[in-house]
Design a protein around this ligand. Structure first.
Ligand code: GAP
Length: 502
């Protein structure tokens, strides 16, 4: 199972690089951990995802407006929000190879039988169970046989690097060396504003877009004449100096968020929390995360942050494990009250109809753009069988993106580069582009190969101008998923594609 998942991830990352979805940042210099670039197809996919979000949560609603805040803000913002004091991850270093890890993601696993220690290793994992599985999988065949043979007689011990048992040191997953005790590490990136590089000029790259919204909540209220309940939405870059960026783009140091802060009367917070939790889950389903891999997990009381009254994670079963795409939380009036306290500015709302003054509660759906892109890439990746030009069945790789997300909506080909076919195909391509459709023109190579390239890019429709077009002005439109080909008048291509993209 783990091997299959790794294979899928390897195939996906290879396709992403080969077809220009995702590249390593500054690759020619060996890259830099936790930073990624989106290539020509990737940037369209990501843009389509953000546009779909903006369209659905801002443009199609009367109760949410947009905002675009600066990345660097007054450092007091991060004192008020608690990030200066509390945005910490526990970290450990290896005393041998000097590798650094997030302490809550490193486990030491020991398997012993009487005095015989069969296994004593460090592994990176999310919990005890997966740590033991990873340790067993990583063991050599002799050890694995011993563990199998030992059965119930084996005593298993595992502990997290920040919860070491009896003062016992953790083991390094890389070299097996001894790990240091866990220390706190603040994940905000620091910089200096202005010419002086001293403590008075320290500023931070924002670790979330949310605080810019809280700071502007009064500006938006005063200028937009909005009433409660009302939301403010923002997409933008956030930065976290993650100790262990991993799982491709899943945990990066620079990433994009799409966040809504929805302000409402405290008495209505439960109702709006449920509304947004369910609406945001359904949004992913509507865009194609229809498989059982998408789940909504309500947090247990003990999991809740001290200021949150309720929280749910929208999770996806990635090949490397189940992990969060978006969190939806009832943050109460915590954030506005903190900013009121630290800034000295009034954050209350006065309802001129009920004559009531109160600090609104906030419901926060907070998603990661890059994580969503990765989930849609994983979900779209499919291998099936399709006939080649000679009718022989071949394995085909196809990215089954929802049409709204597909980087290219239509590809137009002349069957051959002569007899006026390129001119007709270019005209159709131009008409599609003028109508705002992402269209791709390709006249190179065998048409079967051109179809395959579009399947890998996830293009839902391929239009081919052929010999028959010259006599009756019709073209074929091939559907990426069903592989059916409709023959329609060349003049109808735009309307046909537009209708089916809805
Ligand atoms: N304002 C609340 C907030 O920022 P969060 O759970 O820390 O909450 C929200 O982050 C979302 O941002 C996550 O669900 C995830 O999709 C995305 N995210 C967080 N850290 C990330 C990282 N290091 N790399 C990629 N995406 C990340």
């Amino acid at each position: 199972m783990a091997q299959e998942s790794n294979e899928l991830m390897d195939k996906l990352t290879a396709l992403c690089k080969r077809r220009g979805f995702i590249f390593q940042s500054s690759e020619i210099y060996g890259g830099i951990g936790g930073f990624w670039d989106y290539g020509p197809l990737g940037v369209e996919l990501k843009r389509n995802l953000k546009d779909a979000w903006w369209e659905d949560v801002v443009r199609r609603r009367d109760d949410v407006v947009g905002l675009d805040c600066s990345i660097i803000m007054n450092p007091k913002v991060w004192e008020a929000s608690g990030h200066v004091n509390n945005f910490n991850d526990p970290m450990v270093d290896c005393k041998g190879c000097k590798a650094r890890f997030r302490a809550d993601k490193v486990f030491t696993v020991i398997a012993r039988q009487g005095d015989n220690v069969h296994l004593h290793v460090g592994v990176e994992a999310d919990d005890d169970e997966s740590a033991r599985a990873a340790a067993t999988e990583g063991a050599n065949s002799k050890t694995r046989r011993r563990l199998e043979k030992g059965g119930d007689g084996i005593e298993w011990v595992s502990f997290r690097a920040d919860q070491t048992a009896d003062g016992q040191a953790g083991r390094c997953p890389k070299c097996g060396g001894e790990l240091t005790d866990a220390r706190k590490f603040n994940m905000m990136f620091k910089t200096f504003v202005g010419a002086m590089e001293d403590s008075t000029s320290v500023a931070y790259l924002r670790p979330e877009t949310a605080q810019g919204i809280f700071c502007n909540y009064k500006n938006v209220l005063d200028t937009s004449r909005m009433r409660m309940p009302m939301g403010i939405a923002q997409t933008g870059k956030s930065f976290r100096n993650e100790i262990n960026p991993r799982n491709y783009t899943f945990r990066s140091r620079e990433f994009e968020q799409m966040e809504i802060e929805f302000f409402c009367h405290p008495d209505e917070a439960d109702k709006w929390y449920k509304y947004w939790r369910d609406a945001r889950y359904q949004w992913y389903v509507n865009l194609g995360l229809t498989s059982s891999k998408l789940t909504l997990r309500n947090h247990e009381g003990s999991e809740l942050a001290h200021y949150a009254r309720a929280c749910a994670d929208i999770e996806y079963a990635f090949p490397f494990g189940v992990a969060e795409l978006e969190g939806v939380a009832n943050r109460t009036d915590f954030d506005l009250k903190k900013h009121q306290e630290f800034s000295g500015k009034d954050m209350t709302y006065f309802d001129d109809q009920t004559k009531e003054r109160y600090v609104p509660f906030v419901i926060e759906p907070s998603g990661g753009v890059d994580r969503a892109v990765l989930a849609f890439l994983c979900e779209a990746y499919t291998e099936d069988e399709a006939p080649d030009e000679k009718g022989k069945m071949q394995t085909r790789t196809v990215m089954r993106f929802h049409p709204r997300l597909a980087p290219t909506k239509v590809a137009v080909f002349p069957l051959v580069k002569k007899e006026g076919m390129p001119e007709i195909a270019r005209k159709i391509h131009g008409d599609c582009q003028s109508a705002g459709l992402a269209s791709f023109y390709d006249e190179k190579g065998a048409v079967g190969r051109r179809y395959r390239r579009q399947d890998e890019a996830g293009t839902p429709f391929c239009v081919t101008v052929d010999g028959q077009t010259l006599t009756d002005q019709t073209v074929t439109v091939r559907d990426r998923d069903s592989l059916t080909q409709d023959r329609i008048p060349a003049d109808n291509v735009l309307a046909y594609v537009q209708k089916r993209l809805k």
